[in-house]
Design a protein around this ligand. Structure first.
Ligand code: MG
Length: 204
């Protein structure tokens, strides 16, 4: 499986990092080795001094597809999840300033946190009105709602599938709202989809 991550999909977050809102979806990939296995502790990698959390809604692809029209995109996923796109912000800044790819800042082992379960999309009135949040040490640091996405889930699926065949089990990280920030050893992150806690992570 592959992990497709959308960047700058919430205008407030694009602004906080000094980026313009994109005119078409911006995306990058993480390999499946980026997923932190269940029950494996998360350690801050030695190569970064500025590791940031980014809480994001996840979409799990459940049907093979290529060149998917936006109006049919909703037939290619059934479940919504929650995850963290860990980013070595110092390395990313360096890569960006040199015009280099971001992978070492974004796709390293453990950089893809996936919440403990996916929720059937039928449980939501609209997939474009789902609130989600992240607490750090008990304080809310990020609060988002999918209605604020610049590109909807269906638009993302349609766009990405022009370039990549989507396969069953692929996961899309749909972008983070504003409030991203650093973690240090001893921090605790808790992610919520609505009121349901799906992520609980101790930073080691
Ligand atoms: Mg992200």
């Amino acid at each position: 499986m592959k992990i497709i991550c959308i960047g700058r999909n919430y205008s407030e977050h694009a602004k906080e990092l000094g980026n313009e809102a994109p005119k078409e979806p911006l995306f990058f990939l993480k390999p499946d080795s980026a997923i932190l296995p269940k029950r494996v502790p998360f350690y801050i990698p030695e190569f970064t001094n500025d590791l940031h959390y980014e809480v994001e809604l996840l979409v799990k692809i459940n049907r093979l597809g290529k060149h998917i029209e936006e109006r049919f995109a909703n037939e290619y996923y059934n479940q919504i999840g929650l995850g963290i796109d860990f980013t070595a912000r110092d390395l990313q800044k360096e890569c960006k300033s040199k015009g280099l790819p971001w992978e070492k800042a974004k796709a390293f082992d453990g950089s893809a946190i996936i919440g403990k379960e996916f929720i059937d999309k039928s449980e939501f009135e609209s997939v474009q009105d789902i609130s989600f949040s992240l607490n750090k040490n008990g304080d809310q640091v990020q609060l988002g709602n999918s209605k604020d996405m610049i590109f909807t889930i269906d638009a993302i699926i349609s766009y990405v599938s022009q370039f990549f065949t989507l396969k069953i089990g692929d996961i899309i990280y749909t972008g983070t709202p504003s409030g991203v920030g650093p973690v240090k050893i001893g921090d605790k992150l808790e992610g919520f989809l609505g009121k349901k806690q799906l992520v609980s992570l101790d930073i080691k």
